[in-house]
Design a protein. Structure first.
Length: 507
């Protein structure tokens, strides 16, 4: 009797009513997090002018959000598996809206740092919960691939919309407006989500181990902080000590998970070759891309003289390519193979980065726009299929924790990418030849050179800026070459590690 009834039950769950409307709620959360991650960079000069933070405080305003998110993703994904993914998503979304208000109206640097940290706590609940709910909403592998593609396309679109929307708001309103745009989106998400999202959780989760939560937080934040500090200030004893503490905490975390009867993160997930390969591909791809994207914005504004809004528009081809590829990635992976689509996408990104090694101060936009379009297409194919592989490789009950591993790989990859490629750009840049009387701050960053030029005689300032921009572009070219090498090597590794992986058998 059981075997007779199973197909009917499966068919019913595969065609859950309202699943596409529920998906629209989930992508709102993704859109919000993606936009919020990009708008702060544009608002930073205005925040600095208004709140007068010290240099250290300004760094914490920029970094603490990503630190907290990276440290809490695994814990929040596991918590959602235990108390319910719908519940944690709606609580997190409500908190995200409230903390956005606190960010918008922060009146001191200390309050702004606290507000950004609390926003990170709320943000850590959103991304793992959205992917985990997709895993439980869409039982049909083909529908789930399309849903994951829409999810990824929305994240890419949000990354592009952020600078454009932020640039528009900052040209017409005060800096707090970039945070208040979260409120109407959050209101729709919560009100519609209450009605449309189904609850799902692990039926036998075991206790939420607080020691593991602390170890995860200390470990990830310690490692990410040390990497960023090393990139900014070089290898100093304090940052090395923090990194060592973080590494020790992560080692203890892994050992503890292997002994707990109900671990926060089941380390046996990594025995699945497809899961491990997808996570590693995500980490290395973000590593190769993030530093380049970070410095490309400076190239557009400080080298080519574009305003924030125009620079945001210039980067849109990458989002267009990612959205388009994300929507067809699942179909392509079934028609050809998972490894062909992932490895091919990574190779396309790597070759585009190789093209960017030819950039100079006067490079025309058609070349840059075409390269960004191919980067977006390649990343859209790769990230969408690896997300699908990660979800397909684990039981539904562990979808939140698995999704959190994927997101943590993104955060670590971004930190490592900015650190490694940033160190390359900075190292090449600092050696530029400058006329006598150039302030030392001009050698720290291109932004510092532009600021220093305002206080120098006209002829000397122009000579210094020309030399600084040439050095910056030279550093960007070297970083692009390193990024291209990382991406092409990752493509080769993905080709072998994803052999035999098949989305069709997911369930």
């Amino acid at each position: 009797m059981t075997s007779t009834l199973q197909p009917a039950v499966a068919a019913e769950t595969e065609k859950r009513p309202g699943r596409w409307l529920a998906l629209s709620v989930l992508v709102l959360a993704v859109l919000l997090v993606a936009v919020d991650a990009t708008v702060l960079g544009l608002a930073t000069p205005y925040i600095s002018e208004d709140l007068k933070p010290s240099g250290t405080q300004l760094l914490w305003i920029g970094d603490v959000y990503s630190f907290v998110i990276a440290g809490l993703l695994v814990s929040m994904g596991s918590l959602g598996d235990r108390i319910g993914r719908k519940k944690i998503l709606l609580i997190g979304a409500t908190a995200f809206g409230a903390m956005s208000i606190l960010n918008a109206y922060a009146s001191t640097p200390e309050l702004m740092i606290l507000a950004r940290a609390l926003l990170g706590v709320a943000g850590a609940t959103l991304m793992p919960a959205t992917l985990a709910l997709i895993r439980n909403l869409f039982h049909d592998p083909r529908e789930r691939s399309l849903a994951v593609g829409i999810w990824g396309a929305t994240a890419s679109a949000g990354t592009a919309v952020g600078p454009v929307a932020g640039g528009f708001l900052l040209e017409h309103f005060w800096w707090g407006s970039v945070f208040l745009i979260n409120l109407p989106v959050m209101a729709v998400l919560v009100l519609v989500g209450i009605k449309t999202l189904p609850e799902s959780k692990n039926p036998n989760p075991g206790p939420w181990d607080l020691i593991s939560v602390v170890l995860s937080l200390v470990g990830v934040i310690g490692v990410v902080y040390a990497v960023k500090e090393a990139a900014t200030h070089g290898f100093a004893l304090p940052s090395l000590a923090v990194g060592a503490v973080g590494a020790a905490a992560l080692y203890w975390f892994v050992r503890r998970q292997l002994t707990l009867p109900a671990p926060l993160l089941d380390m046996r997930l990594f025995r699945n070759r497809g899961f491990s390969a997808a996570v590693l591909a995500d980490l290395l791809t973000i590593l190769g891309l993030s530093g380049l994207v970070f410095f490309l914005s400076q190239y557009l504004q400080l080298v080519q003289g574009r305003g924030p809004f125009e620079a945001g528009l210039a980067e849109i081809p990458a989002a267009v390519g990612a959205v388009t590829a994300g929507l067809i990635a699942g179909r392509a992976a079934r028609r050809y193979s998972v490894r062909a689509v992932v490895a091919g996408g990574l190779a396309a990104v790597g070759l585009s980065l190789a093209v960017l090694t030819t950039l100079d101060q006067s490079t025309g936009y058609p070349i840059l726009g075409a390269a960004l379009l191919v980067v977006g297409v390649g990343a859209g194919f790769s990230f969408t299929v690896t997300a699908d592989v990660i979800l397909s490789s684990v039981p539904k009950e562990q979808a939140g924790a698995a999704s959190a591993v994927s997101e943590t790989a993104y955060e670590l990859g971004a930190a490592l990418g900015i650190a490694v490629l940033g160190s390359i750009v900075t190292g090449v840049y600092r050696g530029f030849a400058a006329p006598a009387g150039t302030p030392s701050g001009a050698h720290e960053s291109l932004g510092g050179a532009v600021e220093a030029a305002a206080g120098m005689p006209s002829h000397a300032s122009q000579e210094m800026l020309t030399s600084a921009r040439e050095a910056f572009v030279g550093g960007l070219s070297v970083a692009s070459a390193v990024g291209a090498t990382v991406l092409l090597a990752t493509a080769v590794a993905a080709w072998f590690m994803l052999k035999g992986q098949n989305l069709e058998n997911a369930g």
